[in-house]
Design a protein around this ligand. Structure first.
Ligand code: AGP
Length: 609
């Protein structure tokens, strides 16, 4: 994830900006830069690699401006290099950005046709020229930003600095977080409170769609329509822990909401945005064209991520694939492929005992061991031949959320790479699938907007004794994950079932007391699932449908609630439909007063059998 800082100061700010960027190093980066305004003129210093390289450049060529922005860049569009490092600038402004501007290519072509010259391969530079063009057309900086923001698609956090404007910073947020720090005659912008802790602990957070206009003695927040809104400042514990809850009540809420940002980070690890192709970050080669069989094993939510990925390995890459929970796999000691077998182990912590034991069994069977983990220094990673990091960042809430969706993105990328190697995916199909992955942060940001509706629904669900989740295709593992999330933090008994199995037993459970949560994007299986909903309705069951506009329009039976997801290609709907499933569990447990981050009887990492 990239890091953003802005300071409207009373003294030279360049070294303070670097100090704040250092507190964002945990996000990972490969270049950094600062821009300040001196006598109305914009000046930049940028460097590849670590912050010390930027500091050396600043010591040789100091910046003395009293207003500045800074950035640590994790390369998305364009390789790590000085020309691609932020801030990007024109003669009118400088800008730094965290996230992905999905529709950058169309803007770049439009601007180049009008004679704008680009110095980088980044999506961010498009934003610099778009706002500059509005200023060249006569708009003031604030109006120019207000004109451009609604046209940007994707997940982004931005900070702007303008030539000749000695008392103005503008920040904008749609997905990745952005905080405003209020000082004494100074004002700050930062990706989180931790970055601003050396300067202030009075923090106000932008909501999705917000932008903020900062002057040294005042800040104004506007929503996406430009209407002035209130975002109250709060005292954030000085020296906030490296991982703070941001403006959320629980780590789980923060981790649900940061999924657009961390998924962006995972995408940049496995996707080349410019060529729309997958690239594996590990140096070891795995020739998928020779793989005879893939075995997967994991526990809990990690297992359900694998169950989801099996659909992609089988349908996209035509790899024969089996999967089992690690506690069964390790004792069943299944016969594995005698040659060219790959065994994949999924684990957020990388320390789960059953998963580790299964890995050791597979290794004894001469399998190539590939682990998909959130902690690349963990035991499971260290004992693997190949490690695929999910780069979700620290996950504190016991109920796994962002690690689930980051695993899915990692697994989807590997499945696409496998399909390319096996000749089951063409270059054109790869580009199509990768573009679908690139859309995910923006789609997840939209899915998060159903939270208010889900909060209302949670009050009803909190009174249920049992809940049934149904789904088909990749929505089936999602039904299992929804049931797991709900039971592990609200303690309500919940079961997930393949919708097609309803008639083979579970339908006996259906009555007016049984909420049935149906996960059903309008894909090739929707009609089948719709029939199952009719069977439930005919027995008085309470249906809660998670679908898209088309699915809602075709649903003729009454539902207790219909949660509408953004319309999207069906292949990777699991990453987006995971969000309402997570929010349902979170808000139901909240209504019930449960300890959301530390549910009873559970540990974050089960390092014993
Ligand atoms: C998920 O919400 C649970 N906390 C639990 O099922 C977890 O996914 C499981 O224990 C596996 O943990 P790991 O990913 O660290 O191996």
């Amino acid at each position: 994830m990239c890091g953003i800082v802005g300071i409207l100061g009373k003294n030279p700010v360049a070294l303070d900006v670097v100090e704040a960027l250092r507190r964002l190093e945990y996000r990972g980066y490969d270049s950094a830069g600062v821009a300040t305004l001196e006598d109305g003129q914009l000046t930049r210093r940028r460097a590849e690699g670590k912050l010390r390289n930027l500091e050396q450049k600043l010591s040789r060529e100091p910046l003395n401006g009293l207003i500045g922005i800074g950035h640590t860049r994790w390369a998305t569009h364009g390789r790590p290099s000085v020309p691609n490092a932020h801030p990007h600038a024109t003669d009118k402004l400088a800008v730094v950005h965290n996230g992905i501007i999905e529709n950058f290519a169309e803007f770049r072509a439009e601007l180049e046709a009008e004679g704008y010259r680009f110095e980088s391969e980044t999506d961010t530079e498009v934003v610099a020229h778009l706002v500059t063009r509005e200023i060249n057309r006569g708009l003031k900086p604030i109006e120019a930003v207000g004109a451009v923001l609604p046209r940007l698609r994707g997940a982004f956090a931005l900070a702007f600095l303008f030539s000749g404007e000695e008392d103005l910073l503008i920040g904008a947020r749609n997905g990745p977080p952005l905080a405003v720090g209020i000082g004494d005659g100074e004002m700050y912008l930062g990706s989180d409170a931790f970055a601003l802790a050396p300067f202030t602990n009075m923090i106000a957070y932008l909501e999705d769609g917000d932008w903020a206009i900062l002057h040294r003695n005042a800040v104004e927040f506007r929503d996406v329509t430009g209407k002035v809104v209130q975002r109250p400042a709060q005292m954030v514990a000085a020296g906030a822990a490296l991982v703070d809850k941001g403006n959320h009540r629980h780590f789980m809420a923060k981790e649900i909401h940061e999924q657009p940002e961390v998924v962006t980070h995972t995408l940049t690890t496995y996707i080349d945005m410019v060529s729309a192709s997958v690239r594996m970050p590990f140096k070891e080669t795995l020739d998928w064209s020779q793989v005879e069989r893939l075995s997967m094993s994991a526990c809990g939510t990690a297992y359900l991520a694998g169950l989801t990925a099996r659909y992609w390995f089988e349908t996209l890459a035509r790899v024969p694939c089996d999967i089992d929970v690690a506690s069964e796999f390790r004792y069943r000691e299944p016969p594995l492929a005698p040659r060219n077998g790959v065994a994949m182990f999924l684990s957020q912590s990388g320390e789960t005992a059953d998963t580790l034991a299964s890995l050791r069994y597979a290794k004894s069977q001469n399998q190539t061991i590939l682990s998909v983990v959130n902690v690349p220094t963990s035991t499971i990673a260290r004992e693997s031949h190949i490690v695929a990091p999910i780069t979700a960042g620290p996950e504190i809430g016991v109920a796994s959320t962002k690690a689930f969706t980051c695993k899915l993105v990692t697994l989807a990328s590997i499945a696409i790479a496998a399909g390319r190697a096996r000749g089951t995916i063409s270059v054109a199909r790869e580009q199509e699938l990768v573009r679908e992955l690139i859309m995910l942060p923006g789609l997840m940001t939209q899915a998060l907007k159903t939270e208010v509706q889900i909060e209302r629904l949670a009050h009803k669900l909190s009174k249920a004794r049992d809940v049934l989740y149904l789904g088909r295709g990749t929505s089936y593992p999602l039904a299992l994950e929804g049931a797991l999330k709900l039971k592990e933090i609200s303690y309500i008994h919940a079961e997930g079932y393949a919708a097609g199995e309803l008639k083979h037993g579970p339908i006996a459970l259906i009555d007016e007391d049984m909420p049935v949560i149906v996960v059903a994007p309008h894909d090739h299986l929707f009609e089948k699932t719709a029939s199952n909903m009719h069977e439930v309705a005919a027995r008085g069951g309470r249906i809660i449908l998670i679908t898209d506009e088309k699915g809602a329009a075709e649903t003729t039976i009454p539902t207790e609630a219909t949660i509408i997801m953004p319309t999207m290609a069906p292949t990777f709907s699991a990453m987006v439909y995971a969000i309402p499933v997570q929010l349902i569990a979170y808000h139901t447990a909240l209504v019930m007063g449960k300890d959301v981050d530390q549910p009873r009887n559970l540990a974050k990492s089960v390092t014993v059998e």
